[in-house]
Design a protein around this ligand. Structure first.
Ligand code: CUA
Length: 311
């Protein structure tokens, strides 16, 4: 098991080891007994069957011992479950949004990121939902795993006790790039966290942050490699085959095209790439403008000439 770095995780491990230990002991006990019976009652020894009609002592033993074991396992399991579900009142809150195939974390001051940044030794409450299908938020080092369900809020919490970077995985099969639905938790010293929390990214850095936090980079690379969707590198001015009700034609990626592709991607589908969700409801105008500015290189590049050349 990966090292556990929260108190609750240590408790979960304790329950796991208890149940594992009890199960292993029972396995050994039954196996030994079985072997002993096979040898003891082998037909070459001509054992004689006895007709036993009840044995109060044996019945009490095989009722009481398993009952105690099961109740003990239930008690420890219940105690850990309660610890997993009881969020301290002063917990910092983070809204988690899952989508195919990325995680977005939104903080109380409106800051968004695709990596979960948290301060050391501070309880963090995660309120989670999904915008498309069921995903599952899983941090092995914290021993927390919680489904994110569209139209529903679920929650989890943790208090990390060691600085470091810990994996976040999606633990519910959610489509083609399920295995790429990864992120990390960065547990930082309180001062470092505050610095990050209060900083605001500018220019390209801010735009890339937006692309990550809206999940764009879950499908579109920024470095030229093609993933689920076309790369965003040098997309401005590129040519695309698109299809709509009127059939397939060549389109020129200008600013209007980019805006349309984000807000109403269903109007024109890029041939060979499908499944781009619409951000019409979700993306405020200022974020859309910042992303467009980044994708066009902040340019007032005149595309009319290119368009004329094409025609
Ligand atoms: Cu999301 Cu698997």
């Amino acid at each position: 098991m990966t090292p556990s770095i929260t108190k609750v995780a240590a408790q979960v491990d304790h329950v796991f080891l208890l149940i594992f230990g009890v199960s292993a002991a029972i396995l050994v006990f039954i196996t030994v007994l079985m072997v002993w019976f096979v040898i003891r009652y082998h037909h070459t020894r001509s054992p004689k069957a006895a007709d036993i009609r009840g044995n109060v002592l044996a019945e009490v033993i095989w009722t009481v011992i398993p009952s105690l074991l099961v109740m003990g396992m239930f008690y420890y399991g219940w105690a850990s479950f309660k610890a997993l579900r009881s969020v301290p009142a002063d917990a910092m809150r983070v809204q988690v949004t899952a989508r195919m195939w990325s995680w977005v974390f939104e903080y109380e001051n409106g800051k968004r990121s695709s990596t979960l940044y948290v301060p050391l030794d501070r309880a963090v409450r995660l309120d989670m939902t999904s915008v498309d299908v069921i995903h599952s938020f899983f941090v092995p080092a914290f021993r927390i795993k919680m489904d994110t369900v569209p139209g529903m809020q679920t929650y989890a919490w943790f208090q990390a006790q060691r600085e470091g970077t810990y994996d976040i995985l999606c633990a519910e099969y959610c489509g083609l790039r399920h295995s790429n639905m990864l992120s990390t938790v960065e547990v930082m010293a309180t001062d470092d966290f505050r610095q990050w929390y209060e900083s605001s990214a500018q220019g390209n850095e801010a735009a890339i942050g937006l692309l990550e936090s809206y999940g764009c980079t879950g499908c579109h690379s920024l470095d030229g490699s093609e993933e689920m969707g076309p790369t965003l590198l040098n997309i401005y001015g590129a040519r695309r085959s698109v299809s709509d009700v009127n059939g397939t034609r060549e389109a020129f990626v200008d600013e209007a095209y980019l805006r349309r592709a984000i807000v109403e991607p269903d109007a024109e589908l890029v041939v060979g790439f499908e499944g781009m969700p619409s951000y019409k409801e979700e993306m405020p105008q200022q974020d859309l403008d910042a992303i467009i500015k980044y994708l066009t290189g902040g340019a007032t590049r005149d595309l009319d000439r290119g368009r004329q050349l094409m025609e």
